[in-house]
Every structure is written in structure tokens, then in C-alpha cells.
Write a protein of this length. Structure first.
Length: 369
């Protein structure tokens, strides 16, 4: 192939639509600090996500970092998954908390809820699972464990924007769910994120934490960060939200085309359709079992790259194998995660990916079968 195809390509509204959306900023000169666009987007997203409570932030990572702070978690252990983006684990460690890694389910790649309880100690303060690739965690089991052991639950919902479980927006589970609106996500505000939460007190705290801990002009009673979404990002969010359903419908077509080619291929494991979940078609992971498929993940990755196709090894290496944690964690304690991480490739997926390109990508993949 002559053209390059990358793992994803940002959704972007028509140029004029964005220019129209930001033009009044030239009248108001109001560019950040919870301006009109921030407020409008917050209200619209509350509706779209079916959330009781929501607050917007500068990105998904700060949503995670500040959520742990707003829950008052400053010491102890947090049970989490190593099969995720760096952000999840870093948010825990940067708060002075100790990540305790739980293995993952071999089908959904989310935290294996049956293995959580064995990891609970008297130091455990929270569970931080990830709805990885948009696969929803075992919410019922996790809620039950958290209740019985009096633990907080923070969902990393970076991949799960707009999804529902049994008809309920995924942001409504746990104490808080953290979304990412990064340029590479199904829904983007260029950079951005949000928290959906249960307790109104949490809302007051996170609002202060994203704005230096300021309570009012004369009272600063928290040690906050600066994690506000600016008006240009909120404007992008307002535009992208108008096109989102159409974008997801197009993603669905791309995913269906992949499935036509790759489903039922021996040695190839794909994402699953989960009962009760409406998916957003965020990622298309494929797991290669070399001994059955005939070729390993790295061979397929290389042949795709040689053909100008930038598939990605999300999520390799596991976060408990990162260089920055050398000697600190034992990745052999999460063997399923380790195996999936060495075998998985996320294939290009975005709304405007041509179906003929999907055909070509699959042809190149299947050359090794
Ligand atoms: N939790 C989880 C589970 C996450 O996956 C993430 C982020 C977070 C938390 C934290 O949320 P944020 O703080 O980011 O809001 C990308 C994204 O930067 C990151 O947001 C995302 N997860 C992660 C899975 O993917 P990289 O390092 O792979 O990005 P990069 O620059 O290689 O881009 C990937 C592809 O996207 C490019 O090949 C082309 C396309 N692209 C990229 C950019 C930057 C675009 O089309 N437009 C763009 O503007 O991390």
C-alpha cells in the first residue's frame, strides 16, 4: 500500500463548524476557567452519558489522579490491572499509593474479578479496574467485593465513552468513573476528560482540586492542581458530540468488515460482544496464538508496518514491567496478562477507514496463516 494507515485518526468536525463555534470567544475574550462552553458541554455530556453527576477536566489522566485525591486516598494499596495504558498505574503511584496487580480475564482482558479478593490485605483502600478496549469489567462482582471490604472503586473508563451496561451509562458504576477525551478516542475534545461520580461531596472536592484548591476568592482550603478544560477544547467537544452517533455507526461498519475476514480464523482471538453492553467500537484487538495461527504477533506487526500500516501493541509491555518500576513488581504473578500482552495487536480503527483498506489489512494479516 502506498498510503500510511495508522492505528487511529482523530474525528474532527467540518472546519467551518468549529470556526463558528469558537467565533464568540473573540467577542468575550473568555478562554478558560469554566466558561460558557465548558458549562454547555458539561450539561450536554451529562445527558449523553446518562450520568447523575459529572465534571470536566483537562485530560483523562488528571481525572484519575485527582479522583484518588478527592476520595482521600493518600496511603495504602490499590488493586488494579497491569494490562492498560501507563496512565492508570502512574495515577496510583504518583499519589503515593501502592499498585497491587491482579491478573486479567482471558476473554475480556479486564481485571479478573475472581482473583481480587485474594489480593486484599489490611492496607487495601481501593480497586481501580479498567474497561479496557471498551470491554466492561465484571461490575456486579466488583461492587460486591468493594461493599464487603469497604473499599472505594475508581473505574478507568477511558475506553468506554457512551457505553451502557444493562441500559445504565457506565459512568454510574463505582464511586467514580474517569473518561478520556483525548484526540485518539471515540469522542474527543482534543485533550480532555471527565469524571462521573456518586457523591456530591466528591464533586465539590474535585472541582476545587482542578482549580488550585480554591474555594472562593479569599479561601484556598485545598492543595489543588490546574486541570481545567479550556474553552477551545470544550468547543471541539460541542462540535464532535453532534457527529458522534454517525461516527460510531461508521466504526461499527469497519468492525463488522474486520469480523467478516478474521472471525473463526484458528489461532486468532478477537474482542467479544458482551451481554447487556452497548459498545462504542473503540478498539479492535486481535490476539495471535503463534502455534495455531502459524505466525506470532511480532511477525504480523512487522509485515503490516512494511506495508505502511501502523497497528499498535496496546498494551505491551504490561505496566508492571515498565523500566521505571524495575525490580518493584513481579509480572510473572499476572501470567494471563503477560501472555495476552505478548500476543495482542490493535488494528487500525476509525470512522473514515475505508472498507477496502480493511480488506487489504486483513489480506496482509492472513498471509501468515
Ligand atoms: N487510561 C487509559 C486506559 C488510557 O488508554 C488512557 C489514554 C488514559 C487513561 C489517559 O487518558 P488521557 O490523559 O490521554 O486523556 C494514545 C493516547 O495519547 C492516549 O490518550 C491513549 N490512552 C493511548 C491508548 O493512546 P499513544 O502514545 O499511543 O499516542 P500516539 O501519539 O502514538 O497516537 C496514536 C495514533 O493516534 C497515531 O498513530 C495517529 C493517531 N493520532 C494521534 C494524535 C496525537 C491522531 O489521529 N491525532 C492526534 O492528534 O497514546
Amino acid at each position: 500500500m502506498d498510503k500510511k494507515i495508522l492505528v487511529t485518526r482523530s474525528s474532527i468536525p467540518p472546519f467551518k463548524e468549529y470556526i463558528d463555534e469558537i467565533s464568540d470567544i473573540w467577542e468575550s475574550h473568555w478562554m478558560t476557567n469554566m466558561g460558557e462552553k465548558h458549562q454547555k458541554l458539561q450539561a450536554e455530556l451529562k445527558g449523553y452519558l446518562g450520568a447523575d453527576n459529572i465534571d470536566l477536566l483537562v485530560n483523562g489522566h488528571m481525572a484519575l489522579e485527582l479522583s484518588l485525591q478527592a476520595l482521600g486516598l493518600s496511603e495504602g494499596e490499590v488493586i488494579t490491572t497491569p494490562f492498560t495504558f501507563a496512565s492508570t498505574t502512574h495515577a496510583i503511584v504518583r499519589n503515593g499509593l501502592e499498585p497491587v496487580f491482579c491478573d486479567i480475564d482471558p476473554v475480556t482482558f479486564t481485571i479478573d474479578a475472581d482473583k481480587i479478593e485474594d489480593l486484599i490485605t489490611d492496607k487495601t483502600v481501593a480497586i481501580l479496574p479498567v474497561h479496557v478496549y471498551g470491554h466492561i469489567c465484571d461490575i456486579e462482582k466488583i461492587e460486591d467485593i468493594a461493599k464487603r471490604h469497604n473499599l472505594k472503586v475508581v473505574y478507568d473508563a477511558a475506553h468506554a465513552f457512551g457505553e451502557t451496561y444493562k441500559g445504565v451509562g457506565v459512568g454510574n458504576f463505582g464511586d467514580v468513573s474517569c473518561f478520556s477525551f483525548h484526540a485518539t478516542k471515540v469522542y474527543n475534545t482534543i485533550e480532555g476528560g471527565a469524571v462521573c461520580y456518586r457523591d456530591k461531596k466528591f464533586g465539590t472536592l474535585i472541582y476545587q482540586l482542578k482549580n488550585f484548591g480554591i474555594k472562593n476568592e479569599e479561601v484556598v482550603d485545598g492543595i489543588g492542581a490546574n486541570a481545567k478544560m479550556n474553552e477551545f477544547c470544550a468547543a471541539m467537544g460541542l462540535c464532535n458530540l453532534r457527529h458522534l452517533d454517525e461516527e460510531i455507526a461508521k466504526r461499527k461498519k469497519v468492525v463488522e468488515r474486520y469480523r467478516q475476514h478474521l472471525e473463526n480464523i484458528k489461532g486468532l482471538q478477537l474482542a467479544v460482544a458482551q451481554k447487556g453492553v452497548t459498545t462504542n467500537y473503540a478498539y479492535f484487538p486481535a490476539v495471535f496464538d503463534e502455534s495455531v495461527f502459524g505466525e506470532g504477533r511480532d511477525d504480523v506487526f512487522k509485515r503490516l508496518a512494511d506495508n505502511g500500516i501502523g497497528a499498535r501493541k496496546y498494551f505491551y509491555p504490561l505496566t508492571n514491567s515498565f523500566d521505571c518500576f524495575e525490580g518493584r513488581f513481579d509480572a510473572s504473578k499476572t501470567p494471563v496478562a503477560m501472555q495476552i500482552s505478548k500476543r495482542v495487536l490493535t488494528l487500525p480503527l476509525y470512522a473514515d477507514l475505508a472498507l477496502e483498506d480493511v480488506d487489504n489489512i486483513c489480506r496482509i494479516i492472513l498471509e501468515g496463516h
